[in-house]
Write a protein that binds this ligand. Structure first.
Ligand code: HEC
Ligand code: HEC
Length: 184
């Protein structure tokens, strides 16, 4: 099994969440140790799919995705540390609760297939949007629309969105209450 992991990950040993916990000490002032963001501009990352977390960290490291804080943070991390810290944050459980007065039927129709009505992702490569600050969601959608962040699906989705739609979708997912708990 361990050997298979080595081959699959191209030289990186199987991801170790306990080793990742130590790496997460570098992240906690912004993302919390459980991935529930401690500052408004940082997204919640607890319970995100492991592959998504790892892909984003590698994108920051290689410059494919840019952010003044995350580019600096990832520059100092090895591929092994990135795999480990992704495994640490991915192991948490997430639950989402819609605000009073709305139902799943009110969710943005073009997003639910992948991000769920409540913002919990249905796909291994798509992030949860539940409870992210609306400005974070807004900024990411505009980055996809502008081509500052690139992804085969999201670039196409965002290309056709107006500012008003972006704002409405960001408000929808931002209004969901997210809870992150340790898995047992
Ligand atoms: C100084 C604050 C800070 C620190 C420390 C920090 N981050 Fe971040 N992180 C941010 C901000 C702000 C963003 C949003 C970037 C953007 O707007 O594109 C972010 C984005 C991310 C994302 C993308 C999430 C998504 O939903 O796409 C991941 C994954 C991430 N950080 C993981 C980490 C990990 C792992 C560490 C520790 C090794 C870490 N961060 C350390 C502030 C920080
Ligand atoms: C066919 C599946 C699919 C659909 C439909 C879709 N998304 Fe996505 N979305 C993804 C994937 C996959 C990613 C991860 C992109 C990456 O790896 O950079 C993503 C990423 C995002 C992000 C970045 C989140 C973060 O944490 O950084 C936002 C915001 C987002 N989507 C919003 C939306 C909204 C709003 C809609 C509806 C208008 C939508 N998406 C429709 C698959 C989808």
């Amino acid at each position: 099994m361990a050997l298979g992991g080595v081959f699959l990950a191209g030289g990186v040993s199987a991801a170790d969440p306990e080793a990742g916990r130590k790496v997460a000490n570098m992240c906690r002032t912004c993302h919390g140790l459980d991935g529930y963001a401690a500052i408004p501009i940082a997204p919640h990352i607890g319970g995100e799919p492991q592959g998504y977390l790892e892909a984003q960290l590698m994108a920051f490291k290689t410059g494919a995705r840019q952010h003044e804080m995350m580019s600096v943070v990832t520059a100092g991390l090895s591929a092994q540390q990135i795999a480990d810290v992704a495994a640490w944050y991915a192991q948490f459980e997430v639950t989402a609760t819609l605000p009073e007065g709305v139902t799943e039927a009110d969710a943005p129709a073009g997003c639910v297939a992948c991000h769920g009505a409540d913002g919990l992702s249905a796909l291994l490569d798509a992030p949860h949007l539940a409870g992210e600050v609306n400005i974070y969601i807004d900024t990411q959608l505009k980055a996809f629309r502008l081509g500052k962040r690139v992804h085969e699906i999201m670039s196409e989705v965002a290309a056709d969105l107006t500012d008003e739609e972006i704002r409405a979708y960001a408000d929808w997912y931002g209004a969901v209450t997210l809870e992150i708990t340790a898995s047992d």
